[in-house]
Design a protein around this ligand. Structure first.
Ligand SMILES: [Zn+2]
Length: 473
């Protein structure tokens, strides 16, 4: 902390400086832009303590324990505030930053309140105070989060999703973030963020007719830069494996890399090592998928034959009369395959006796399934497509070329979706990324095969068969 800041803080705390009012005035920070969207070319930005001042970093003792009291009384605004707090607790953020925000009923350092009125600029939905100095412990000045988020009730017509996005944005301000598309002199670009990020929740021109789908790659880099947390090590597990799959009830299978043919032995993770399930035809596979409650897996082999468990005999398999190049089973027991057809690949879903086409998929090659219809695939060009639960169509991203995908649980904000792609290294491995809801966050490691356990932690197998997991991600 700089000398002038301390002097100012003391003056403010003692009420001797007219900056007291100025500094503690709630900043008008968010406004609905019904006009043309302002081009976003400036990257993620951090608030400064005045023009040319120092960046506001909320002190460790506050950033790891932000306690929010929700004084809003309108049910939808209360729910939006709770959902906004939970947005700051998703794995993508929590695994890489020390930010911890929770709701309390008293003793708060942040209050979310409804004004019951309209801001002097009627387009303002909500506003928030920037970080501030606080006297704690006595004689020591620390930076606390902005203490107030205000809601303007002329915007009650927004959906819960829009309101949640607005409060999530305001919580960004209270910990020191400025607008992604800002240009004021009391802001600075955060190191490592790209110059453009139109999906950022801190963009003041985001549409509140949309929803918060996650922190973008740049949002995560910004918050990791401001409030970093040490990520735990990758733990090496026993075995040399190839294809790896983890069911939503955490049953783990792989194919062994030991068998030198295209088709590999199927093996089961016993918690400390691998037990071979099948090592003779037809119990050899290129790709496995697991149905909750069944000990026998679904799998396909290099002849594209599809096998699955007998409906009434959970431990044995039968050949299903169809060919596939990939297979996935969801946590809701939906079985999907990627099948070749005269017009490119298609996704088919099994109903126990017949296969029906999912029409909106566009030439898929790799597939992974979540729950309740959540589904992701990579197309033949390596582009990623994701369908959230209860949706009929896919959101597509061409920001990266991917090779492998894995998901477990939701396809939405609370989801855990990882992919391998980007640049191949000298060992034949690819970069590991986490799907943010909009784009890809680089985890900083490499692998050849990926799976996600039901806690959301990634497991990777290297090209050479070495197996690792990271329970801090
Ligand atoms: Zn704002």
């Amino acid at each position: 902390m700089f000398k002038d800041d301390i002097k100012l803080a003391m003056a403010i705390e003692l009420g001797r400086n007219n900056l007291n009012q100025k500094n503690l005035t709630v900043e008008q920070l968010i406004s609905l832009r019904k006009k043309a969207v302002i081009p976003d070319v400036i990257g993620q930005r951090q608030l400064l303590n005045g023009s040319g001042g120092n960046p506001w970093f909320v002190n460790d003792q506050f950033i790891t324990n932000i306690e929010v009291k929700i004084n809003a009384t309108t049910p939808s605004w209360r729910s939006a505030a709770q959902l906004a707090i939970s947005n700051f607790n998703i794995s993508s953020l929590k695994s890489i930053t020390k930010i911890q925000i929770r709701e309390v009923s008293e003793g708060q350092n942040v209050t979310i309140t409804e004004t019951g009125t309209t801001n002097s600029n009627p387009e303002v939905i909500a506003d928030a105070q920037a970080p501030r100095y606080t006297l704690m412990p006595p004689g020591q000045y620390l930076v606390a989060p902005g203490s107030l988020v205000r809601i303007y009730n002329n915007h009650d017509y927004y959906t819960l999703e829009g309101k949640t996005l607005a409060i999530t944005h305001e919580l960004g301000h209270i910990i020191g973030l400025a607008h992604t598309n800002g240009f004021d002199s009391d802001e600075i670009q955060i190191a490592g963020t790209a110059i453009s990020d139109s999906f950022s929740y801190m963009n003041s021109s985001i549409s509140f007719n949309s929803s918060f789908e996650g922190f973008t790659n740049n949002d995560l880099i910004a918050l990791r830069t401001m409030y970093p947390k040490t990520v735990g090590n990758w733990e090496r597990l026993t075995g040399i494996i190839n294809n790896l799959v983890i069911s939503s009830d955490n049953v783990i299978y792989s194919t062994s890399l030991v068998n030198s043919s295209l088709d590999k032995d199927i093996q089961y993770w016993n918690g400390g090592g691998w037990d071979i399930v099948g090592n003779s035809y037809p119990n050899l596979a290129t790709k496995i998928a697991l149905l909750n409650g069944f000990t026998a897996p679904y799998y396909i082999n290099s002849l594209k034959e599809v096998y699955g468990p007998f409906q009434y005999n959970y431990a044995s398999t039968k050949k299903l009369g169809i060919e596939a190049v990939d297979i996935a089973v969801s946590g809701s027991s939906d079985v999907y395959i990627v099948s070749e057809s005269g017009n490119g690949n298609i996704i088919l879903q099994y109903n126990g006796s017949n296969w029906g086409q999912i029409y909106t998929a566009s030439n898929p090659i790799k597939i992974s399934a979540g729950v309740n219809g959540g589904l992701a695939y990579i197309d033949v060009n390596g582009y990623f497509h994701i369908r959230k639960e209860q949706y009929s169509s896919f959101f597509s991203s061409q920001s990266m070329v991917m090779k492998e995908i894995a998901m477990n649980g939701s396809a939405g904000v609370n989801g855990h979706i990882f992919a391998l792609g980007g640049n191949e290294n000298a060992s034949g491995d690819y970069q590991l990324f986490r799907w943010t809801g909009y784009d890809w966050y680089d985890i900083g490691t490499t692998g050849y095969n990926v799976a996600v356990d039901n806690q959301g932690h990634p497991w990777i197998a290297k090209k050479n068969g070495e197996l690792y997991r990271n329970q801090s991600l």
